[in-house]
Design a protein around this ligand. Structure first.
Ligand SMILES: Nc1ncnc2c1ncn2[C@@H]1O[C@H](COP(=O)(O)OP(=O)(O)O)[C@@H](O)[C@H]1O
Ligand SMILES: [Mg+2]
Length: 597
């Protein structure tokens, strides 16, 4: 776990910020149109209210009873009361418009969050085993929690950006109608200002990208720390582990602090500069001597509000920039998962008659072959042992057998046809496996055996009996309702392994693959599992990666794999004569049992 870099499939800087956001908001078009309309209407009512208030105030200062307006498109001569009533009505309309303006962004962001989570997990479940197995500890958890939360806040800010932009425009257009000179100066300066602050926005994006990566590293290390908690205690290295985690915490702290600083600084600087511009605008009016007192007041009011919306725009824009790395990371992961999705096959598979490898080669790394031209053929119902030294490629061969991985070259044939062309669901219904490390759900024994499949209690119990775990389960106070799980003390390693065997048997597979099922078992569990396998012999096609030579006695034929090559494939009796690996391994095993006795 130490000093590991977490490659996360490459999040790269994108040319356009909008290209990343568009897919986020793309399928919520009606909500966005609704929000845009509400913002424009709200802006218009606000601008009109402000203009009316400024005019009425100016008239009151003059001591007149009627308001006389003659600016731009506005020509009015109304009683003050009428105008106040109009302003009141406009304020009420604006108030009502705040409902969609608050509701729609909340709904859009919540939908974005849910959609990202659904899509990402969906993509993960479709990804190839090769890609899933490469993912680091805590990677997906962090993606679907932290990174998606940040991405959803980006969506929220994108809607705020839209509202701010539209309202800003309405304010400026209204100001233009009232006084072209002032409004133009302020508008031009506001745009120049935004351009001036672009480097700050870009910096915000870069720091956020680093923060996103740092968070992934942190989550990965914490996940790993949880996994090796027992070893950490035993080896007394908790202090080292703490300092490593602390370093990662400090890194996210620093980056988080910088993103927040940038997020605050930009808008605040912007707001202050807007006032400078406003003063400059007024100075320009003074120079030209244009304008009527009432309308000038209205223009100033509108531009102050426009400055406020400009600040909001600047602020949202910064936050959107800062959340884009999170959006991109989530989208990259989704793309990476989907791109790896294995070919599903379409040909129905009704029965497995034969399984064959033809010159199958496989490598995890380009120049290091793990399997080299392995060929064999097995008939349905055979029991096949697989032996070989550690690292010989046995687990890899098993994963290809299970269609978890595809050969780099050569062919894997089922009933004489390419395995991958058969429908994956048909295939999955016919094969089962027991991995070397039992992995239980935190759930009842029954649910662990059922494992999300539609199996009744009778099927569950039948499988438990076959796997030699039924008696143990009946001895527990809650029977099949006993909660077991990764950290539950209730079950020993051997019992966990037998629950996993029951899980494999529950759906009555035609092919059962066990990867070193007895390598870490107590003698009692080992004997029970061997009895189960003996009972299953002939009922299904069995592949057993065997650690103990005694397991091989029940196998009709044994595959001997050495350095990724098939050294021999024959009966135990013939192997005793022909296979040097087999002879030396059994001599070693005999020696051990002699030494023990
Ligand atoms: N996911 C992986 N990525 C890269 N190399 C791997 C991976 N899994 C196994 N290997 C390597 O492939 C070789 C064969 O491994 P494996 O099939 O697990 O052997 P066995 O089960 O016989 O012990 C080993 O050298 C191992 O280090
Ligand atoms: Mg192995």
């Amino acid at each position: 776990m130490i000093l590991r870099r977490m490659g996360t499939g490459g999040t790269r800087p994108r040319a356009s910020a909008w290209s990343s956001l568009r897919p986020l908001l793309g399928d919520r078009r009606s909500s966005i149109v609704g929000l845009a309309l509400s913002s424009v209407l709200s802006g218009i009512t606000e601008a009109a209210t402000l203009a009316l208030v400024a005019q009425v105030a100016a008239t009151l200062v003059d001591g007149a009873k009627r308001v006389h307006v003659d600016v731009g498109p506005l020509h009015m001569n109304e009683a003050i009361g009428t105008l106040l009533a109009l302003a009141l009505a406009l304020s009420v309309v604006r108030l009502i418009l705040q409902v969609p303006i608050s509701l729609l962004p909340a709904r859009i962001a919540a939908q974005v969050q849910a959609r990202l989570r659904e899509n990402l997990f969906d993509a993960f479940t479709r990804a190839s085993w090769a890609v899933k197995s490469r993912d680091h500890e805590g990677h997906l958890q962090d993606l679907v929690t932290n990174q998606v939360t940040q991405a959803a806040s980006g969506a929220l800010q994108a809607t705020a950006l839209l509202v701010a932009l539209l309202t800003f425009l309405v304010m400026v257009i209204s100001a233009l109608a009232l006084n072209v000179a002032v409004a133009l100066i302020v508008l031009a300066a506001a745009i120049a200002l935004f351009a001036l602050l672009r480097p700050l926005n870009a910096l915000g994006g870069r720091v956020a990208r680093a923060l996103s990566q740092a968070q992934m590293n942190y989550a990965g290390e914490v996940g790993e720390a949880i996994r090796v908690a027992e070893e950490t205690d035993v080896f007394g290295v908790a202090a080292v582990q703490r300092s490593q985690i602390d370093r990662l915490v400090a890194r996210t702290r620093d980056l988080f602090s910088r993103t927040q600083l940038i997020a605050g600084l930009g808008p605040n600087v912007y707001q202050s500069l807007v006032y400078l511009i406003l003063v400059a605008g007024l100075a320009a009016v003074y120079e030209t001597g244009a304008g009527q007192f009432g309308s000038l007041g209205a223009v100033v009011l509108l531009l102050v509000r426009a400055g406020g919306y400009g600040r909001q725009f600047q602020s949202s824009y910064l936050v959107v920039r800062q959340t884009l790395p999170f959006v991109e990371r989530v989208q990259d992961a989704e793309r990476r998962y989907l791109a790896s999705s294995p070919f599903a096959g379409a040909v129905p598979l009704t029965r497995v008659e034969t399984l064959a490898f033809k010159d199958v080669s496989f490598a995890y790394l380009p120049d290091r072959p793990v399997l080299s031209k392995v060929s064999f053929k097995v008939a349905g119902g055979e029991a096949i042992g697989i032996v070989g030294p550690s690292g010989a490629g046995k687990s890899t061969l098993v994963q290809i057998l299970l269609r978890l991985r595809a050969p780099d070259s050569g062919r894997y044939l089922v009933n004489g046809d390419p395995a991958e062309q058969f429908a994956r669901e048909d295939w999955q219904r016919r094969v089962a496996c027991v991995p070397q490390e039992p992995r239980l759900l935190h759930a009842s024994v029954a649910d662990n055996i059922r494992f999300l499949r539609d199996l009744d209690d009778a099927a569950v119990q039948r499988a438990a009996r076959l796997a030699g775990i039924h008696e143990d389960v009946m001895g527990w106070s809650d029977g099949y309702d006993t909660i077991v799980g990764p950290r539950a003390d209730a079950v020993s390693g051997g019992q966990q392994q037998r629950i996993c065997l029951a899980r494999a048997l529950a759906a009555e597979p035609e092919i059962l693959v066990l990867d070193e099922p007895t390598s870490a078992l107590d003698p009692h569990s080992e004997r029970l599992i061997q009895e189960s396998l003996a009972a299953l012999k002939g009922e299904l096609t069995l592949f057993v990666v065997a650690h103990r030579m005694s397991t091989l006695d029940m196998c009709e034929r044994v595959l001997v794999l050495v350095d990724g090559r098939l050294e021999a494939f024959d009966t135990v009796d013939r192997l005793r004569l022909d296979s040097s690996y087999y002879r030396s391994a059994s001599a070693l095993a005999d020696g051990v049992s002699v030494a023990k006795s």
